[in-house]
Design a protein around this ligand. Structure first.
Ligand SMILES: [Fe+2]
Length: 518
């Protein structure tokens, strides 16, 4: 009950300031704006949340799609209902639409209109250009979502959200004190998000953000979860942030998945909200957009140097090469380890083959973690002199230098931690007429890679998008950004550019001749 009062209150204040409804006594309230997503050439998912004045009642809700803002030319409409069973969220699949076309949509309950949203269908056949805004890692208690506002004000065909749309942490954990105390970006619930009601409440909080609401209202989304929509460093049977006393892991994940499908404008698969979210979209003859789940459905447990190397207790000092080699051979290069799971690997191979066979120019792969290899940057004790880096981190950096000398990767929680799985995917990329463009989030920093095969020949490119608000590498490695970039590039043959100092988003423009990023 406490939650309902809170959400209703937040919803009202957000709505009142935006002029959607002036009546606080309204018999139905649209509390969190509108959203659209998973467009195809003839349909799109429409989303809203509407609650009745009387608790527990189901509401009949009408929806309309029109070619004009005044709704004089309605081209699709229908009715559905909102109830407690789905937290009063509604999703409809509006069909019978024309390709590559902008539409207006809105909902109505008990005579009250929602905000009007705009959306866009995907092209069919020839497409001369397509522009995607890519986002990831929007952490509410770490600052305003200015980057979302900027995206909302930019002319885009689509927003791709690559995960960490919410964070599951309790109040004051992984938060910025200034944002919490001065900007008043505290979280609800105050405890870590674990149960279904918790996840729902956390989505509800994020969706009160006016910049995020504006972005959903203006553009369709295609999204995938990363770990924080579930729990930090999730894999298929556990998570770093799922601990004693937090109940059954699979029950928690089932709740997280249900809330995700309730609150996100994603087309829920035939299997329901516990089904897979990897899926493929055809952007006319220009591209296929292949969305992967590298986080949950098939991921084997991630390795960690501190936990998984035999000599881990001796963190400081020279790591014997025999042990590094053993770790590499027996753990890292275990051919049975996968980031995708066998079923998704086979699905990806088939999706890429279909794309090339139908003559699509680009294979755009939207997924969570960096595929390009990132080596360990050379950082000496002298480089850290005079910085605020704590002693424990200095020791870890010194330990990592010994691994760097053996060519080990920096981050095992990415494709670098699953190198043989990556080799299998790269073999798929080597198919004739493939033009893969891999998109990644997760790191909070901006990256560009030339993905290379074993003979250093280019197979494709990767763009890693920076975070909307989560802190990047600069927050714990306070070195000049240009120096850090140079050290990362020197250690990483595939890396062509990196910016460790700024928040933001990526704009990917595709034409039949070129792909550009800014
Ligand atoms: Fe993140």
């Amino acid at each position: 009950m406490k939650r309902r009062i809170f959400l209703a209150g937040l919803g009202l204040s957000a709505i009142a300031t935006r002029g959607y409804t002036a009546n606080a006594e309204a018999s139905a309230r649209f509390t969190h704006g509108v959203a659209s997503g998973d467009p195809l050439s003839d349909r799109v998912i429409l989303w809203t949340r509407v609650i009745p004045q009387e608790a527990g009642t189901a509401l009949t809700v009408y929806w309309h799609v029109a070619t004009d803002q005044a709704f004089a030319h309605v081209v699709a409409s229908g009715q559905t209902s909102a109830s407690e069973a789905s937290d009063y969220t509604i999703k409809v699949d509006a069909t019978g639409l024309q390709p590559n076309r902008r539409y207006f949509y809105r909902f109505n309950a008990r005579g009250i209109n929602s905000a009007t949203g705009t959306t866009r269908t995907l092209p069919d056949g020839v497409a001369t250009n397509f522009t995607i805004g890519v986002a990831s890692c929007s952490n509410f208690p770490q600052g305003f979502f200015n980057a979302y506002r900027h995206m909302a004000e930019t002319d885009l065909d689509l927003v791709l959200h690559l995960g960490d749309y919410i964070y599951e942490y309790p109040e004051a954990e992984y938060a910025n004190d200034y944002a919490r105390e001065v900007l008043r970006r505290s979280v609800v619930p105050q405890h870590e998000v674990i149960a279904l009601e918790d996840y729902r409440m956390r989505y509800g909080l994020y969706r009160t953000d006016p910049d995020l609401q504006a972005l959903h209202q203006r553009h369709p989304f295609i999204c995938v979860w990363d770990d924080h929509e579930l729990a930090n460093d999730t894999w298929r049977e556990g998570a770093e942030n799922h601990n004693e006393g937090e109940g059954d892991f699979q029950q928690r994940i089932a709740a997280a998945r249900q809330a995700y499908h309730e609150w996100m404008p994603i087309r829920t698969p035939n299997e329901g909200d516990q089904g897979p979210i990897y899926r493929r979209f055809e952007i006319g003859a220009l591209a296929d957009l292949i969305m992967l789940d590298t986080r949950l459905v098939g991921r084997d447990r991630g390795l960690e140097y501190a936990q998984d190397m035999l000599f881990a207790p001796a963190l400081v000092g020279e790591a014997p090469i025999a042990d590094v080699a053993a770790f590499k051979d027996q753990r890292l290069n275990d051919p049975t380890r996968s980031l995708l799971g066998q079923i998704q690997e086979e699905w990806l191979d088939e999706a890429l083959r279909k794309s090339v066979d139908r003559g699509a120019v680009w294979q755009v792969i939207g997924q969570q973690v960096l595929m390009g290899s990132v080596g360990i940057p050379s950082i000496s004790a002298d480089d850290l002199a005079g910085t605020q880096v704590p002693e424990e981190l200095r020791q870890y950096i010194a330990f990592m230098q010994t691994l760097g000398a053996h060519g080990m990767p920096l981050n095992l929680d990415a494709w670098d931690g699953y190198p043989l799985c990556r080799d299998r995917v790269k073999a798929m990329f080597s198919r004739k007429n493939s033009n893969p463009v891999v998109l990644a989030g997760d790191t909070h920093n901006a990256w560009a890679f030339n993905l290379l095969d074993d003979h250093a020949q280019p197979l494709g490119i990767e763009i890693g998008t920076p975070s909307i608000s989560s802190p990047g590498m600069e927050s714990y490695l306070p070195l000049p950004a240009a120096d850090l970039a140079a050290a990362l590039k020197a250690a990483s043959p595939e890396l062509s550019a990196v910016d460790t100092s700024q928040r933001g988003w990526s704009e990917i423009s595709l034409t039949p001749q070129s792909m550009s990023n800014r």
